[in-house]
Design a protein around this ligand. Structure first.
Ligand SMILES: Nc1nc2c(ncn2[C@@H]2O[C@H](COP(=O)(O)OP(=O)(O)O)[C@@H](O)[C@H]2O)c(=O)[nH]1
Ligand SMILES: [Mg+2]
Length: 272
């Protein structure tokens, strides 16, 4: 397999659910269930994928991706048809992503990964997403602040993307990816969004992103998925989740909430 073999890439801000998806995908591939791709016989380093998968099976949160290879994780995969490709999960710091959306440009390695990808999945964690404040919230916040010294609440907050950040990242992806690349948006931790379809969640919570998906057609079809790789929260539902099989408890649906295969969001890689 050469460096230029087709690639799939998992993209998203830190804490978006990429590693947990990779763990689930690896599990599904090893079991040969709920997916159609297989591992190819290349000597890529599977230690980290194994490590992530064991954490998922043991209901432990995926640790922050600290892959020793600077470029992140790469896994060679194959379709039943025999076609091979490379699944890339670049490991970039939060600053790098902020830089991407501020400057509209990408680090050279990431640019290559996206440019030569046949599928790119952009992850949004539905529970770790900054909703636009209502006017009432803004006023209440202003009242609560009163005369308080703003420096007193200077503890660094974890970076929580807004719909504008996500729409901008999606736009950079869309502009960088080749015309044949299939882009998908994966709403992760979708167990936190009960009783709603991914399409409705996006319209309600990130209308700008929903609008982007609509306006990209027919030039490019950007598919939307809802994913619960863990099946629930490992903090609050751990006992109940640990009684269930790691693959059975996972949920992947299309935009209307209809079951989809675990590898659907990256299948464009091997589709043709
Ligand atoms: N409730 C819930 N939380 C999830 C799910 N998948 C991932 N998470 C949590 O989301 C956080 C970020 O996930 P991670 O895969 O590490 O994100 P990454 O930084 O994009 O690789 C972790 O705390 C996970 O435990 C899920 O299906 N349900
Ligand atoms: Mg990670």
């Amino acid at each position: 397999m050469t460096e230029f073999s087709p690639r799939a890439i998992l993209v998203g801000f830190p804490h978006a659910g990429k590693s947990t998806y990779l763990a689930l995908l690896f599990l599904a591939i090893l079991r040969g269930e709920r997916c159609s791709i297989q591992l190819a016989n290349h000597r890529d380093d599977r230690e980290h994928a194994n490590f992530l998968m064991s954490a998922l099976l043991n209901c432990k949160e995926a640790t922050r991706t600290e892959v020793s290879q600077k470029k992140g994780l790469r896994l060679s995969i194959r379709h039943r048809s025999g076609e091979e490709g490379l699944l890339a999960v670049p490991d970039l710091s939060g600053e790098t992503w902020q830089d991407v959306i501020e400057t509209g440009t990408m680090d050279a390695d990431l640019f290559d990964d996206v440019r030569y990808s046949r599928s790119a999945a952009l992850f949004i964690h539905v529970g770790d997403f900054a909703h636009d404040p209502l006017i009432a919230d803004v006023n209440a916040g202003a009242d609560a602040l009163g005369d308080a010294d703003p420096r007193e609440s200077a503890a660094p907050e974890p970076y929580t993307p807004t719909q504008v950040d996500v729409a901008e990242l999606l736009q950079v992806l869309d502009e960088t990816a080749g015309p044949e690349c299939e882009i998908s948006v994966v709403l992760s931790a979708f167990d936190l969004a009960e009783g709603i379809t991914p399409a409705d969640w996006l319209t309600d919570n990130a209308p700008l992103v929903a609008q982007y998906l609509r306006s990209a057609r027919p030039r490019r079809t950007i598919r939307l998925y809802g994913l619960s790789a863990q099946g629930g929260s490992f903090d609050t539902d751990r006992d109940q989740l640990s009684d269930r099989d790691g693959l059975d408890r996972a949920i992947m649906t299309d935009s209307d909430g209809v079951d989809a295969a675990i590898d659907e969001p990256i299948l464009g890689l091997l589709r043709r």
